[in-house]
Ligand binder design. Structure first.
Ligand code: KG4
Ligand code: ZN
Length: 345
């Protein structure tokens, strides 16, 4: 569909909706950079009872909350729908039932008001969180995308075009963090708990060496995860108590060193001077520390989104949507549908 919005002449207000996993979120963002509201209704407490996200419960909770969250986002931004230039919504990847709630809400608003609709890829949203936190950040840069569902290194040449140059061949890094946390009896979502305990632990456990990968930009985390689980099971069978802090520190060190070395290698080999981190695992304090040390050593500028923009939110979806329509691309019609699995453009 042709773009119908002239973004050069006036401020552009985007209302965005995000419901790909366990946060029901809506936001209003001006010109892709200024957050006027960013409302998140988290379901974490609900899913903690089950030790992970239960898709059916997530969908039902999204339905309960979606209208309320959208209204709150408009109110907090002090705007009405008449002022909104486009509605951006995450269409994938994610849990299909959860995505459908956001996509249906966005389509309903678009249909009833005539406001244009923009479908946004969840990963592009995470990358764009950095445009909200760093007002003058512009491509090109390398992006390390680390979340519960994705782990990848991307070359970002333009606001709306990106090339994946490496990714996990098995588990996403957040998934590995959450699984290790679960086996250690830590509450969901476990990544932040592992990070917290690791601060009081020593990197003194040598887990069996994980899969050796070819010298490319791909990652593998399932071997490390399994090594930790086997270690814990063996200790348990022998009745030996483990220091959870040391397990967390040793696991986290292995994982972070893998992320860090491949990402820095990509920046150096591809000649990029800017590195941008995206996704929930980007909040990890040891990853931040190691990347900042390595970037300083190699004179690479490092960008992280603010902590609250690292994890799922709708502000980042609004920002990505804005850059699409500014380029005259990305407008969707009412055929837009939820896509649980979808690659980048
Ligand atoms: O980006 P996100 O909110 O959702 C997805 O799109 O997946 O990322 C959630 C993931 C979870 O696996 C969570 O455990 C992890 O990010 N996470 C962390 C930290 N904070 C969140 N992992 C390690 N250290 C943290 N501080
Ligand atoms: Zn996410």
């Amino acid at each position: 569909m042709e773009a119908a919005i002239k973004t050069e002449e006036k401020d552009v207000l985007i209302l965005a909706i995000e419901s790909s996993c366990d946060e029901t979120a809506a936001a209003v963002v001006k010109n892709g950079r200024t957050v006027l509201s960013n409302v998140i209704s988290s379901q974490i407490a609900l899913h903690t009872l089950y030790g992970g996200v239960v898709p059916e419960i997530a969908s039902r909770k999204h339905i309960e909350k979606i209208n309320q969250v959208i209204e709150e986002a408009l109110q907090e931004a002090d705007v009405t729908l008449e002022k909104i230039d486009a509605i951006a919504v995450t269409y994938g990847p994610g849990l299909v039932g959860a995505l459908l709630v956001g996509v249906s809400a966005a389509k309903a608003i678009s249909f009833s008001t005539g406001i244009p609709l923009v479908g946004v890829h969840h990963i592009e949203g995470h990358i764009s969180a950095n445009y909200l936190s760093h007002k003058s950040l512009e491509p090109p840069f390398v992006c390390l995308m680390v979340s519960g569902g994705h782990t990848a290194i991307l070359e970002i040449d333009d606001y709306i075009s990106q090339k994946m140059i490496g990714s996990t061949i098995d588990d996403a890094v957040g998934e590995a963090f959450d699984k290790v946390a679960r086996v250690l009896g830590l509450p969901y979502p476990g990544g932040v708990e592992v990070d917290r305990l690791a601060k009081d632990g020593e990197n003194n456990i040598e887990f069996i060496k994980h899969k050796i990968l070819p010298d490319n930009y791909n990652f593998s985390f399932s071997g490390i995860k399994t090594a930790v689980i086997n270690y814990l099971n063996t200790k348990k069978q022998k009745g030996i108590e483990v220091k959870k802090e040391d397990v967390c520190a040793s696991f986290q060190t292995l994982v972070v060193e893998e992320l860090c070395s491949k990402t820095i290698k990509a920046c150096l080999e591809k000649g990029f001077k800017k590195l941008v981190v995206a996704g929930g695992v980007g909040a990890n304090s040891f990853l931040k520390k190691r990347l900042s040390e390595e970037c300083e050593k190699h004179s690479i500028q490092l960008f992280h989104p603010e902590l609250k923009l690292c994890t799922d939110n709708a502000g980042m979806i609004a920002s990505a949507g804005y850059f699409y329509i500014r380029k005259g691309k990305g407008l969707s019609d009412l055929n837009l549908t939820a896509k649980p699995v979808v690659g980048l453009n």
